[in-house]
Design a protein around this ligand. Sequence first.
Ligand SMILES: *[C@@H]1O[C@H](CO)[C@@H](O)[C@H](O)[C@H]1NC(C)=O
Length: 116
Amino acid sequence: MARMVMMVFCVVVTCMVVAETYGQSITCDQVVSDLSPCYGYLTNGGAVSSACCSGVDALNSAANSASARQPACNCLKSFYSSNSGINLSNAASLPSDCGVNLPYKISQSTDCSTVE
Ligand SMILES: *[C@@H]1O[C@H](CO)[C@@H](O)[C@H](O)[C@H]1NC(C)=O
């Protein structure tokens, strides 16, 4: 039992160290997995689920600097354009529906290189 606890502890610490090292960047996989609970809302509208809002929140706190937001912005754009069912007006209102103050507007016309 103690060994098991120790192993779990080590895994957690390893993750923390890795997250620390790569804290400035955010991968597209992460963006997609954060937003996957939002898919229903993005395509069909309706109520925003709390799982979706936690994803938006996670995304917002992961992308906490210009150097992290720009790639996150590009990921969002490619996520939206590769999922044709997504209603972009729902996408644009998603952060405010979740009460998250995303410092950039997500739309196909957003120029990610100007995101700060
Ligand atoms: C997108 O959603 C909005 C409001 O939720 C709706 O008014 C609009 O018709 C939808 N657009 C498309 C293309 O489905």
